[in-house]
Structure formats: C-alpha cells, structure tokens
Ligand binder design. Structure first.
Ligand code: BGC
Length: 254
C-alpha cells in the first residue's frame, strides 16, 4: 500500500480562465479523484493566483509536494516572461511566492507547455514516446516543449519565432483562427507554414500537437503539408496537471 501511495502526486495547471488541480497516479497518468477548478482571478496577479492555488490545495486536503504550471518562461524558478498572463509575473520568484502560500513542502514550477509535453511523451501515443519530440499546444498562443527520450530542454518558446514577418503564434494559434474567422483549410495552411519552419530548423522525429483544437484534429492534421509525422496529443486538458505532478516528483526545477 505504501508503495502505491508514494506514486500519487499533485499537479496544478494555471490557465487564462481556470486554475485546475488534481491528484495524479504517476504510474498511469490518470487522475485520482476529482479535479478541482477555480476561475482564474482577475487581474491574475502572482499573489491572487497563489492564493487560488492554496485554496485548491486546501480543498483537496493535500499536504505533499506540488507541481505548478504557468504560461511563462521559468528560469531558476523565476518567471521571466508574460506573453499571455498578467505582466506583473515578470521577475517573480515563483519559489518564494508559492512557498509563502503553500507552507513547507516541495514545489516545482514549470512552463505550461513543458509540463503538458512531459505528460504526453510519458503517457500519450506510443509514437510520441521516443526520439526527438517537438510538442506544441495551440491555444491563445503556441506553446512548445522539446523532449528527447523523455528529457526536457525547458523554456523553448518557438511560438514567438518570427516567420514571414510575424510571430508564429500571432498567425497560427487557435486564437488567430478565431480572431480572423479562418476556415480549417486556411488555418491549416498557416500551421503548415509554421511547422515547415520548425522542421527546417529542428528536424524532430515527430510533432505532437495539443491544445483544445487538437480534439478536432481530423479537420486539420490531414491537411498539413509537412514531412515529419504529426500526431494529436491524447491526454487533452489532463496533460498540464499530470506533467506538473511528474515534474515535482522528479525534482525538476527549471
Ligand atoms: C507563452 C508560452 C506558453 C504558451 C502557451 C506563449 O505565449 O510565451 O510560455 O507556453 O503561450 O500557453
């Protein structure tokens, strides 16, 4: 029994609309019990978000280590960017911040796409489990995780690569599709342009694509004109929480 218990972790995924947390079985990547979701406070300042994270931990009655994702570059447990989150996150020492709200416990904070990528590579489609994997999330922005044989190269931000005069995520995120009311056909052309550039520069074994729009992958993956295989993520909105729990379990502190 004890052995089983030690393989239960806890992950929290901080998103633009909700902050979600759950216990995770680290052997199979499944949730244990209910996922708790609280709307992201507005404005989503570091203290307001940390207070909400603490509330989730309280509701879950969890006193073990906690992994936390945020949509920011995390270097030495300091947030250094804020593309789609409140600008006050820039230069926030996240270890100190969450340490203040979550009392004595181990905490790992990492980029949201890095966490989701780790989870997909471990528990997702078998084709994504080895080789040089480029994992991408299409949502408000484009998030990325570069993983080789399970090892993460953290904080890649290829959504911000300038391609044909503009940032990749400005042109090809799912937010761009909504903003410009693009058909799947037109949007797939944008995604192809972006993937072709990533292919040219990084030559991965496979692209794994996640984010809400990956649920409708039949509508766009077949239209992509890229040589590298593209496969849909399978953990869906579970990935961030699972990856966060994995990160703290593995003492990963980018
Ligand atoms: C941010 C990344 C984040 C991605 C997905 C981008 O705008 O720069 O850090 O992973 O959005 O949320």
């Amino acid at each position: 029994m004890l052995g089983t218990m030690s393989n239960i972790g806890f992950g929290i995924d901080i998103g633009g609309s909700g902050i979600k947390g759950a216990r995770v079985n680290l052997d199979d990547g499944e949730f244990v019990g209910e996922r708790i979701k609280i709307p992201t406070p507005k404005p989503a300042t570091p203290d307001a978000v940390a207070e909400t994270v603490a509330e989730i931990i309280r509701q879950a009655e969890w006193d073990g280590p906690v992994g936390i994702t945020i949509p920011s570059v995390i270097k030495g447990q300091v947030a250094t960017t804020a593309a789609n989150i409140d600008p006050t996150w820039i230069n926030t020492d996240v270890k100190e911040l969450f340490g203040r709200y979550l009392s004595e416990r181990e905490i790992s904070v990492l980029n949201d796409a890095d966490a989701a990528g780790l989870a997909e590579v471990k528990f997702g489609a078998p084709e994504a489990r080895e080789g040089a994997v480029v994992f991408l999330t299409f949502g408000t922005g484009i998030g990325s995780a570069f993983i080789t044989d399970g090892h993460l190269f953290p904080n890649t931000e290829v959504g911000h690569l300038i391609i044909d005069g503009a940032e990749a995520e400005y042109q090809a995120s799912s937010h761009a599709k909504d903003r410009e009311e693009l058909s799947y056909k037109k949007w797939a052309k944008r995604v192809s342009m972006v993937l072709n550039e990533y292919e040219r520069l990084f030559n991965p074994t496979v692209f794994v694509v996640g984010g809400g729009i990956s649920r409708l992958h039949d509508k766009w993956i077949p239209r992509l004109t890229v040589e590298t295989p593209v496969i849909p993520a399978t953990l869906r909105n579970r990935a961030g929480i699972v990856g966060a729990a994995m990160a703290v379990h593995d003492h990963l502190t980018p």
